[in-house]
Unconditional design. Structure first.
Length: 82
């Protein structure tokens, strides 16, 4: 779960906005770690994503699965990264 990879020395985020921000950053991180370089988002796309306002997530941090975040389709498909 997402809360298992956060620094345990920090207090657990309680607000929906903070949880949403953490999940959003994790999705971007997973996209940047794709094994095929052409499937990774460009820095321009990443910076544009950071500028977009995202709505808060409706679930608690301990219920957000890393697999769900890794498979999240936030970024364009592979053919748009060529």
């Amino acid at each position: 779960m997402l809360n298992e990879i956060l620094d345990p020395r920090l207090s657990t985020p309680r607000s929906r906005k903070m949880v949403g921000d953490i999940a959003f950053i994790a999705v971007i991180a997973f996209a940047c770690l794709r094994s095929r370089p052409k499937a990774r988002p460009t820095m321009k796309l990443v910076s544009q994503e950071f500028l977009h306002i995202k709505s808060p997530i409706a679930m608690p941090l301990h219920e957000i699965s890393l697999i769900e975040l890794k498979n999240h389709e936030m970024f364009m498909s592979d053919e748009n990264h060529k």
